[in-house]
Design a protein around this ligand. Sequence first.
Ligand code: TTP
Ligand code: MN
Ligand code: MN
Ligand code: MN
Length: 394
Amino acid sequence: QTDEAETETFSVPSYACQRRTTLENHNTVLTDALSLLAENAELSEEEGRGVAFRRAAAVLKCLPKVVMDMTQLRGLPCLGEHSLSVIKDVLENGASSEVEATKNSERYKALKILTGIFGVGAKTADRWFRDGIQTLHQLRDSGQTLNRAQQAGLDHYDDINQSVTKAEADIISEIVEKAVVAVLPGAQITLTGGFRRGKLTGHDVDFLITHPEEGREEGLMSKVVSWLETQGFLLYQKTTRNSYLEAKDGPARPASNMDRFERCLSIFRLSKEKKRGAELTETLTENLKTPPSCSSSHVQQGGDREEGGKPWRAVRVDLVVSPISQFGFALLGWTGSKLFERELRRWAGREKSMSLSSHALFHNKQSRYLRATTEEEIFSYLGLEYVKPSERNA
Ligand code: TTP
Ligand code: MN
Ligand code: MN
Ligand code: MN
């Protein structure tokens, strides 16, 4: 390597939505360190600090080479003093003392375990931690009241904390497709979230459901859920009704990052039988044979392994129904990554005076909605080059 190569610097635009971030990350040691601090900030409900670390990590994720030297970082956006000192520590000492201390702290370890329960957020975990609860054992023994989601989360803790593979996502796609077509022929499903971005594993599987004729999607979710329930595919589900009214919620509520589509947060019961072609029928028979167990193996055995374990596993699945008129926005909004979405909305607001949501794009100065049916059109309204899903891994 020449001197020139060693001091080579990179040029990176400031918003993540202006960049192409693939899954190929040359700086995982650095991005893992910053992501852990981001996560810790989020667990402590310090959202601002969390975003700052996420943005710093995202800048490093899109660099074309391994960073060897601090001088290569000159002129890069989003790298604050704190992030730079963490990077420096890693480059010089192989690890960041702050990251190591955080990772080993009782608080971080406990909050990680507790928020690993589906239905438990940072607030609840922190309250339990302050009550002296640090493990699942202690939680069970504490007599804390759990809501239905948290109870299901605890029951299926091991399964849910084991990542979902693309192969499993494909099997679930087939099941959801079958459900959707059975209750409304012509309805369409699209895999969104991390799997649409090309990830090989995920924490859940996300789907967007629509119908090419506006209005036909109304009432679809409850029918899909009933079908899945009857077939024995659901261990848990909670459906939230669509509450979006353009005139009321559109431009007036631009800051919200939660959308108002009809959605279903669920836990699927996925048969471990994997013979292609036959798996759907086998899953069906399997599901009707063995009723769902309601006790987690975490405490008794410490895992749901293939050998001698139950013939199925629990998988988190998110279903969202969108009318076709909002499909482009919904697809863009549910593909992620979360930081990419946040940056798109920030770009829209600060650089274009527009309000972007998963339902619509509103031009604040012209006081009108910008209609779009595809993601490409939305990027174009925003004055951004199109970034395909596999490049949205910021
Ligand atoms: P997640 O499923 O949480 O994340 P992911 O699929 O990117 O990663 P993982 O593999 O860990 O599952 O969220 C998927 C997308 O959905 C993400 O871009 C955020 C988006 N989303 C919500 O989660 N809630 C909402 O209300 C809206 C509008 C979008
Ligand atoms: Mn490369
Ligand atoms: Mn997901
Ligand atoms: Mn999800």
